[in-house]
Design a protein around this ligand. Structure first.
Ligand code: SF4
Ligand code: SF4
Length: 131
C-alpha cells in the first residue's frame, strides 16, 4: 500500500522502519494482529489501528492513545501476521522514538518510597511511563 505523506510524516515512517527493520507498507489491514492481542481490552485503540497510523506517519495520532504503552511486547501479533510483519518490533520502534524526544511524564523525585520498590519494577515502570 503506497501512501502520500508530508516530509515530516515520511521521516517518522523512515525512522520506524530503520529501527524495526520492517516495511510498514506490507500491511493488508486484515486485523489478525488485533484479534490475537491479549491486551486489547486495556487499549484505547486496536494494534491494527495504531499500525494504520504508523503507515500514515501520524505520530501525534499514535501518542493520543495508550496502545503502544499497554503493549507488552509478547510478539503474538508478529507470529500471526500473514505478511510476516514484526508488529511488536514496530511498536518498540515507536516507543523508542518517543523516548528519544526526552519528554518526561514522571518526576523521579515525586515517587514515594522509591528506595523500597523492587529495582526491576522501577525500571519497568519508567521504561513504559517515560515519554
Ligand atoms: S496482521 Fe499484519 S497484515 Fe494483518 S493488519 Fe496486522 S500488521 Fe497488517
Ligand atoms: S506484541 Fe503488543 S500489540 Fe502485539 S499481541 Fe503482544 S501486546 Fe498485543
Amino acid at each position: 500500500m503506497e501512501v502520500k505523506r508530508s516530509e515530516k510524516d515520511r521521516e517518522f515512517v523512515d525512522k520506524v522502519e530503520e529501527l524495526s527493520g520492517e516495511s510498514v507498507n506490507a500491511c493488508i489491514r486484515c486485523g489478525t494482529c488485533s484479534a490475537g492481542c491479549p491486551f486489547v481490552k486495556e487499549m484505547d485503540v486496536l494494534p491494527e489501528r495504531i499500525f494504520k497510523r504508523v503507515v500514515l506517519g501520524d505520530k501525534e495520532g499514535i501518542l493520543e492513545k495508550n496502545t503502544m504503552w499497554i503493549c507488552a511486547a509478547c510478539y503474538t501479533c508478529s507470529v500471526r501476521c500473514p505478511r510476516d510483519i514484526d508488529i511488536a518490533s514496530i511498536m518498540e520502534a515507536v516507543r523508542q522514538i518517543v523516548l528519544r524526544d526526552n519528554v518526561d511524564k514522571v518526576e523521579v523525585e515525586e515517587v514515594e518510597n522509591l528506595q523500597d520498590l523492587p529495582q526491576l519494577a522501577v525500571v519497568g515502570c519508567f521504561r513504559k511511563e517515560t515519554g
